[in-house]
Ligand binder design. Sequence first.
Ligand code: CA2
Length: 145
Amino acid sequence: MKLLVLNGPNLNLLGTREPAVYGSLTLAEVERLVREQAARHGANVDFRQSNHEGELVTWVQEARGKFDVILLNAGAYTHTSVALRDAIVAAGVPTIEIHLSNIHAREEFRHRSLLAPVCVGQISGFGANSYVLAVEAAVKVKVKS
Ligand code: CA2
């Protein structure tokens, strides 16, 4: 099973600022947790981060036929990107939306996700553990299909 984990803008800053909101782990440490959890299921992980919307769109498009599930923390693009939403639909790869923080308990502009309606589901509010839970969900998605 092949998992593509995509991280959007500013997530490269994890562990350096706002630990009360996003936790104290760096993105590299989150990646390690994801790889450990995936390894328990014999799953392969490709883990990437970009600050550029178009690059994320291209990666989602290219996932078609190459990955079984996309795990996506689109960061702020979650709330704004019609392009990412269209790419998820076009790629046809089951996608799980991830957030470190509980976006529904934060500012109103974060409550709406343009991506959630075209994702299998959303995992939000468990810090780095959201990623680990998403790996578990991805394994179940694959079993179902
Ligand atoms: O909770 C999440 O995972 C978010 O996707 C994080 C995004 C935010 O725009 C979403 O509403 C929810 C922001 C990521 C920024 O990460 C930082 C980490 C450390 C310091 C500054 C920003």
